[in-house]
Ligand binder design. Structure first.
Ligand SMILES: Nc1ncnc2c1ncn2[C@@H]1O[C@H](COP(=O)(O)OP(=O)(O)OP(=O)(O)O)[C@@H](O)[C@H]1O
Length: 579
């Protein structure tokens, strides 16, 4: 356990942990020796000349004082090391999260990450703060007692050694089963936590479909699994706990019987007998604690395993030195890609010319969003290449790629801050004037005019106080502020009110000016404005060209256009009917 802790935390905490271990060992030895001093002290006290006990009593007092003097600063140092480790682990988790490929972030893993950064870090922090001290006490104090016992009575010392070995064996065998059950229970608890959050989030949908009474099958299943795992955990741990307690009590009885036998036989004095009983109690007590300690150790070990797994998760490979793109045109060359083995893009080749607006259209599920994700290198293709300015994105460092690309997605995430702070994320070192200018161009001023608090109005968690169109305008403002030569844009599919529709169009036009833009287009206006249109279907390009040519060809794009027009025409015709 201690070795694994050293490896997991890296060489940085090596010295602090070793120092702690040394302090706790010294304290435990002092404690063990102090207990053993009871033997001569009691022997003298109950002997013919009780005043001869004084030197032993004084030695005992000095040992206890020394124990306190070592133990107190060591305990404080333990807390300090725990706090340092927790800070370090948080940094390491944070750094890793920033490098993980976006494919890693499934809802389950994101749920687990919260627990990892909170509960699991606290579990590990407990190792230097409490566990190490207890662990050393549990093993070193009884070992000192046993060794010292050999000085007084080898028979009792031997019986203690046998009891110690028996407990260690039971602990080892029982521990394996418990560790497996613990890990399974942990996984199931984490799943239940994710399901509960999902259940809370899904309330609007569940209520809309009148499913509140029956609840949510996935949550029910995971709660049943949690209950079953709890029972399995109990079944796996009970025999071990009972055996350890049994052996510890049996050992005490054995010492008592052996001591009585020796005392009655005359080979053990009354004073030694009393002292040895005290020592036996001191020997048994930590053994009883081993079972409790075992649980805490396994929790910490599981926590270490989980954190190590996260830290060892492979990130997308990056080059030692980044190649500089020549220009900003984008090319997908015979790209194959699938999620979990199901093919989405099947040999897709397409170009997004520099300084132009290219619109991507196609049926739902055709892989349009996937194309954008591949260009932004959320994932790497299974085969083929994605190039920006002639350079494979895998040959560019992440920061170099993101410095030339901005992405505006439909599901824009806003941080729980003010509107101004959310726009500033586009370029944190921008001046206030630059932030306001970008925000005004994206017509964010219309939103701030309406909201109490203006620019300092809070957007709520995830941007919950703003509409979808408003959130996307803030995202466009971020992209304008970032001012990259390439913009990837997933246009909102949701029907927008007139104000949002108009403002978004203006914002997009500003963003598209002089930039290389790839837009997943849903609006007729965007399609008309596009310099080039690529139609996706069955994981490949089925048609491409300019709007008029594609309409004249009367293929898939022309059908798509007619359907869109019908849908929007209905929308536009409505006021005319009223009139
Ligand atoms: N993270 C994911 N894990 C598994 N499958 C996914 C994931 N993202 C997308 N898919 C699947 O890949 C296919 C292509 O999805 P994609 O979102 O790229 O399509 P799209 O053309 O953008 O669709 P839409 O217009 O409906 O947004 C779909 O079948 C989708 O279910």
């Amino acid at each position: 356990m201690i070795r694994r802790l050293f490896t997991a935390l890296g060489p940085k905490h090596d010295r602090a942990l070793r120092r702690l271990l040394a302090w706790f060992t010294v304290a435990a030895v002092l404690q063990g020796v102090a207990f053993v001093m009871l033997v001569p002290a009691l022997r003298e006290l109950l002997g013919d000349r009780p005043e001869h006990a004084w030197p032993w009593v004084i030695t005992l007092a000095v040992l206890w004082l020394a124990y306190a003097a070592v133990s107190y600063p060591a305990t404080l140092a333990g807390y300090g090391t725990g706090a340092d480790m927790s800070r370090d682990l948080h940094h390491r988790i944070g750094d890793k999260v920033a490098q993980l490929p976006l494919a890693w972030f499934t809802p389950d893993r994101v749920g687990g990450l919260g627990r990892l950064a909170s509960q699991r870090v606290v579990d590990i922090m407990g190792v230097p703060a409490h566990l190490l001290h207890q662990l050393v006490d549990t093993f070193v104090t009884p070992a000192t007692v046993v060794l010292a016992m050999f000085l007084f009575d080898w028979r009792l010392a031997l019986s203690m050694t046998v009891a110690g070995v028996a407990v260690a064996l039971v602990y080892r065998v029982a521990g394996r089963g418990m560790a497996a059950a613990d890990q399974e229970a942990d996984r199931i608890h984490a799943d239940a936590a994710v399901r509960i959050v999902e259940f809370a989030r899904a309330q609007p949908v569940l209520r809309a479909f009148g499913r509140t009474a029956q609840g949510h099958a996935a949550l029910d299943d995971s709660l049943v699994a949690q209950h079953a795992a709890g029972r399995r955990m109990l079944r796996a741990s009970m025999p071990g706990l009972v055996w350890i307690a049994f052996i510890a009590q049996a050992a005490f009885l054995l010492f008592l019987a052996l001591g009585t036998h020796l005392a009655l036989g005359g080979s053990l004095g009354a004073a030694e007998f009393i002292a040895l009983l005290v020592l036996s109690a001191r020997f048994v007590e930590p053994i009883m604690l081993t079972s409790e300690l075992g649980g805490a150790i396994r929790v910490a070990e599981n926590a270490l395993t989980e954190i190590n797994e996260l830290i060892d998760t492979p990130t997308l490979p990056g080059p030692e030195t980044s190649r500089r793109p020549d220009g900003t045109d984008i090319e997908l060359d015979d790209v194959r890609f699938g999620y979990h083995g199901s093919t989405v893009l099947d040999g897709l080749s397409m170009r997004v010319p520099q300084g132009r607006m290219t619109a991507l259209v196609g049926p739902s599920g055709a892989g349009k969003t996937t194309v954008i994700r591949l260009i932004a290198r959320f994932f790497d293709p299974d085969a083929g290449a994605v190039r920006v300015g002639g350079v494979d994105v895998r040959e560019m460092k992440t920061e170099d790629l993101t410095s030339v690309i901005s992405a505006v997605f439909q599901d824009v995430y806003l941080f729980d801050g003010t509107i101004l702070e959310n726009v500033r994320i586009g370029r944190p070192d921008a001046t206030d004037e630059e932030v306001y200018a970008a925000a005004r161009t994206a017509r964010v001023d219309q939103i701030t005019d309406r909201l109490p608090g203006g620019w300092d109005a809070p957007v709520g968690e995830g941007g919950s106080r703003l509409s979808g169109g408003e959130r996307q305008r803030i995202s466009i403002a971020r992209a304008l502020l970032k001012d990259t030569p390439i913009v990837l844009f997933d246009e909102a599919t949701a029907a927008l009110d007139a104000e949002n529709e108009h403002a978004l169009q203006e914002a997009m036009a500003a963003l598209a000016r002089d930039r290389t833009v790839l837009v997943i287009a849903h609006r007729l206006h965007t399609l008309r404005e596009a310099d080039h249109i690529v139609v996706l279907g069955d994981g490949q390009v089925v048609e491409e060209g300019v709007h008029d040519d594609l309409i004249a060809r009367d293929g898939q794009y022309a059908r798509f256009w007619r359907e869109r027009r019908r849908a929007q025409g209905w929308h536009l015709a409505k006021p005319a009917v009223v009139r």
